[in-house]
Design a protein around this ligand. Structure first.
Ligand SMILES: Cc1cc2nc3c(=O)[nH]c(=O)nc-3n(C[C@H](O)[C@H](O)[C@H](O)COP(=O)(O)O)c2cc1C
Ligand code: SF4
Ligand code: FES
Length: 544
């Protein structure tokens, strides 16, 4: 495979496109609401209307507005003034109206609004192909400039230059910690080892998070390309994607993508006729949240029990089977081809001073528009919740937003003008996390929220170290006692003391961050805890 062949594939794919393109979302959300039947019905109706020469029906990835699925979008880029059409909650009954409308008939059918802030305020980098290309077709990805970045690095850049570019872009890890990606790549590149490995962390265990699933279901080649570029930069020949078993569609699409890339010589030996060999294998996790933690994840790939170990040594020095290993998140890799194609400086010009580029968020909870969005870093929470998310359903009022899952915190509505970036969110007592954003309205009890996340950590604790194994149980019991109105102020003091102890003495990030939802709810919603302290206990405590 060389550049001319790659361009030939792209040209052929573009030439095969028909004047009208009907794109049907085939990602998990829409599939669960009947997208397969909708697509079949559109195919049949188009054939019956004699429009198959003119109209192409395509399965694509997530279009973002998952709550309105099944979604169908109609485009005709070559026709001047043809504005794309969006159809929401498409049923078998209205597919014939969609086809009739494409055919120029006057029909009454409700359409979605592509000019609403949910779409217009997005800046797609990671999601640039989501909802546009067919994730099961490598030609579709190549026609969208896919694998050009890999060609560029293999033919025009030294590994050191690739690392330099990623460093200059300011990209930071999207898996939660926000560690500078270029610094991590440089460390693994410098590390000495007979072999090196690249791992993609697709474990995504945070409740309410589904960004990585959406990226993998919608544009799997992008992640493979990002991993291959990383492997070239650090000197690895083997990669692993660690993905949770609960994501069968993403797993299937990754398997298809790996086979297709191998067939075209874009993975395997002598990629683009260079001396670079790179193979990717999939490893499926069995559902333990802690296996998203990098050292537990590597133990799991090695076939051992997935429990964390102390760091140092960090994976960059001693990772899989003791060899230097680069581990990054799905979204981190998905940014890489864009950075190479468009330039590190273009990426660095987006976002805030210390948080560059965009962030993908999964909007969930009490919000009108649930789904997937990608916004420039620095967008405020208010813009996300009120403008893009459409606010709270039924005229309700937003109370807080939870970011960062069990390691994160609850940000009150009074702080919604905060720009979303790593530093600002941590100043508020939360974290950016991997992108789960759960919106809560005024009916939510914040002690319940803290208790929910503590129960999650208690269930998911691997039990290796005592502060987390025992501490999360004690914390959960204290929160339950408070919730039942049986606690005293002494219990509240104990809760805070124990949170502090678990945070500072646990072995891994799970235990260290398990108290965060308690800390943040105590910081902003202490009155809700106090309201639950039984009056008799207040008198007993003589604190009244
Ligand atoms: C309990 C726990 C669970 C984690 N789960 C994930 C996960 O599902 N996906 C992920 O990318 N990182 C997860 N991480 C962070 C990883 O350990 C690691 O920092 C990350 O994959 C590095 O990639 P990045 O630099 O691209 O962010 C988790 C960390 C902890 C402590
Ligand atoms: S902090 Fe919790 S999850 Fe992490 S090693 Fe200790 S017991 Fe296991
Ligand atoms: S799953 Fe169809 S729009 Fe997200």
């Amino acid at each position: 495979m060389d550049l001319a062949e790659l361009q030939q594939i792209a040209q052929k794919e573009r030439a095969n496109s028909k004047p009208v393109r009907v794109r049907c979302c085939m990602a998990a959300g829409c599939l669960s609401s009947g997208a397969v039947a909708v697509k079949e019905s559109l195919e049949k109706t188009t054939a019956k209307a004699g429009l198959t020469d003119k109209v192409e029906i395509r399965g694509v990835g997530c279009m973002g507005l998952c709550c309105q699925g099944p979604l169908v979008q109609v485009d005709s880029p070559e026709v001047q003034d043809f504005a794309p059409l969006l159809y929401e909650k498409v049923t078998l009954e209205n597919t014939s109206s969609i086809v009739a409308e494409i055919n120029g008939d006057e029909v009454k059918i409700q359409r979605g609004d592509l000019n609403q802030p949910f779409f217009t305020k997005q800046l797609p980098i990671v999601l640039e192909n989501s909802g546009k290309i067919d994730p099961e077709c490598i030609e579709s990805y190549i026609a969208a400039d896919g694998y050009q970045a890999l060609y560029q690095v293999l033919r025009e850049m030294t590994p050191a230059k690739v690392v330099h570019n990623i460093t200059r872009s300011g990209l930071r890890g999207r898996g939660g910690g926000g560690y500078p990606t270029g610094v991590k790549w440089a460390t693994v590149a410098k590390a000495k080892g007979e072999r090196k490995f690249v791992i993609c962390n697709a474990d995504e265990g945070d409740p309410g998070a589904f960004m990585d699933r959406s990226v993998l279901e919608s544009d799997p080649h992008r992640v493979l390309e990002g991993m291959a570029i990383a492997a070239y930069a650090i000197g690895a020949n083997q990669g692993y994607i660690y993905i949770r078993a609960e994501y069968p569609i993403a797993i299937n699409r990754l398997q298809i993508a790996i086979r297709q890339a191998q067939r075209l010589g874009l993975l395997g030996s002598n990629i683009f006729d260079s001396h670079f060999d790179f193979k990717i294998d999939i490893r499926i996790g069995a559902g333990a949240y802690v296996c998203g933690e990098e050292t537990a994840l590597m133990a799991s790939i090695e076939g051992k029990r997935g429990t964390p170990r102390p760091r140092p040594p960090y994976p960059a020095e001693s990772g899989l089977w003791g060899f230097p290993t680069l581990i990054n998140n799905v979204e981190t890799y998905a940014n890489v081809p864009w950075i190479i194609r468009k330039g590190a400086d273009v990426f660095a010009s987006i976002g805030t001073e210390k948080s560059k580029g965009t962030k993908v968020f999964a909007l969930a909870g009490k919000i009108q528009n649930t789904g997937i969005i990608e916004v420039p870093m620095g967008t405020t929470l208010r813009q996300i919740v009120e403008e893009m998310g459409g606010g709270i359903p039924d005229g309700g009022t937003a109370k807080a937003v939870q970011t960062g899952g069990p390691s994160g915190g609850c940000i009150p509505a009074s702080a919604f003008d905060t720009p979303v970036d790593y530093e600002s969110l941590s100043q508020l007592g939360s974290i950016m996390g991997s992108g789960g954003m759960i919106v809560m309205d005024e009916t939510t009890n914040m002690v319940d929220v803290a208790r929910f996340f503590m129960e999650f950590c208690m269930d998911e604790s691997c039990g290796k170290c005592i502060p987390c194994r025992v501490g999360t149980v004690q914390l959960y019991q204290l929160l339950t006692k408070i919730r039942k109105g049986k606690a005293s102020l002494t219990d509240l003091e104990l809760l805070e003391e124990l949170c502090d102890m678990v945070k500072h003495t646990s072995l891994c990030g799970l235990g260290q961050s398990a108290p965060n939802p308690v800390f943040s709810t105590l910081r902003y919603f202490r009155d809700e805890y106090l309201a639950l302290i039984a009056p008799a206990n207040l008198i007993k405590d003589k604190k009244l």
